[in-house]
Design a protein around this ligand. Sequence first.
Ligand code: HAM
Length: 426
Amino acid sequence: MIKAVRGTRDLLPPDTALWSFVDETARAVFRAYNFQEIRTPIFEDTQLFSRGVGEETDIVSKEMFTWEDRGRAQSEKGQLITLRPENTAGVVRAYIEHNLQTRGLNKLYYIGPQFRRERPQKGRYRQFYQIGAEMIGPPTSGSESPARDAEILELLATFLDRLGISGWTLQLNSIGCAQDRANYNEALRNALDPVKSRMDPDCQRRAVTNPLRVFDCKVPEDQPIIEQLPRISEFLDEPCRKHFEQVQEILKSVGVPFTLNDRLVRGLDYYSRTAFEFTHGALGAQNAILGGGRYDGLSEQLGGPKAPGIGFAIGEDRLVLALNRSAEEMQSKPDVYIAPLGAGMDRESARLARELRHQDLMVELGDETFRLKKSLETASKLGARFALIVGENEIKADSFALKNLATGEQVSVPHSELVERIRPNS
Ligand code: HAM
């Protein structure tokens, strides 16, 4: 038997009702904040991620699904292509490619699959889904303002509240401007120099090439060394510190609680200044429900104009795990089950079903070969509110037996009154 590939999974009903509920809630919240949808390709030129996300990150160095897209002719040189491990780099590429800076501040959101070759476990998949948003524009559009950072964080709090998810913690940090991080990296390099030989080989290499990435080392024996390293909060220059303070002031004024965490550096290289994650207690080891931050230099790094930005991506798989709702409860049930009774009644029932569906009723259609008992049992199993019996007598009288499946009450309803009688809350 052929099975779904390791780290991928089928999302089936009734669970898909939860996913739709999350998607629809996200779209409604994005609308309230005037975000518009963007859809970028699922695969991109590999360089986009190595230059955007960073060569030394776990994502680029270990987790990407990459292949050579050979041309048909032997002589054609292959291009390296990668399934997107995240969507920020793709959005910024599209921003540059389509000259979106002429539109001022762009507020874009996306919902879709991402791919990382990670070790699968609960809440961690190789194909997973993100709901993300990016706010990006030229500095004159206000894209650098701390008000934008606070707006993004307040949007996230609103979204989680709307979903009924409580028990989250917003972990907030500033990882400084480019110069702060250069100074910090230097300090980390100096601090790591005498101790790095005791570390895991992967961490040793990072200690030299990109010391900030040492914080992503998960080897337990290295943690006491990592714990002793200098803290980014000591390296913020005045404008960066001010920016961070203003973000915090707005958050306090709108009532979004947060916890400062100066060890939060995020696993992608494009960040500067504000960085954040929302964690959730119910999720176990993979407790980061979402992450994001500023990426003021990313556009320039990818060959574009100066376009500061901030955004986030929510792990939808994890969000659904944290939703305290039953999938069955979320699933819509048919308003009416049409039970054709006897030969020739499929045809009549199809006409009636078409009419009711055009009135936005949810209709399930039976089959004329079923006995009435079987039809009624099927209707109950599906959770339909009514069964509508369509037999020869009903067609002649143009009046139908409508059975309320909750109360068992059955009445004869003229054709012209059917929609009104079946419609919920009527
Ligand atoms: P990220 O922290 O790499 O950030 O991913 C964001 C979220 O995606 C994580 O917090 C987690 O919930 C989910 N996620 C990541 N990997 C997996 C996985 N293997 N299985 C299930 N869920 C996963 C980004 O991707 C940035 N692009 C976010 C961003 C947008 N920053 C600025 N704009």
